[in-house]
Design a binder for this molecule. Sequence first.
Ligand code: RP5
Length: 162
Amino acid sequence: MTSPLVGIIMGSQSDWPTMKEAAAILDELGVPHEAKIVSAHRTPDRLWEYGRAAAGRGLKAIIAGAGGAAHLPGMMASKTRVPVIGVPVQTKALSGVDSLYSIVQMPKGFPVATMAIGAAGAANAGLMAVAILANEDAALAARLDAWRAALSVSIPDEPSDA
Ligand code: RP5
């Protein structure tokens, strides 16, 4: 089995419908990845161990999604130098603005590359991870270029009523 290059982590099973958008992009572009539930609040020891081992296991990027008091991406960034891409999960109470603010305002020294709230952010996190890996992988770079070109071609010149 191929070792994962990207780790997708999330605070809860309830985040998976959002975070699977990142997994779908990685599947589509052929990037080995894993998905784990790692909660900053409920499983802090799991978080610590995942961060401690991440670089040594060969992970090149970690996509971390959480909602509400979303400490997971920042805590993971404090524990590993592997780039962390944060996904604010949309919440019922505050529509994900709480998640966004929890993730985006990292103090100097431990950055989290923060995406948009929700499914678009998760998909973009997948694309960001692919872009990082593509710097050192010409075949992957070609697949990403083709993916981007196909998206551009799919956009019509003019709106229609259909
Ligand atoms: C966060 O709390 C999780 O990331 C999730 O977005 C949110 C709610 O979790 P559940 O109560 O649905 O498990 O830690």
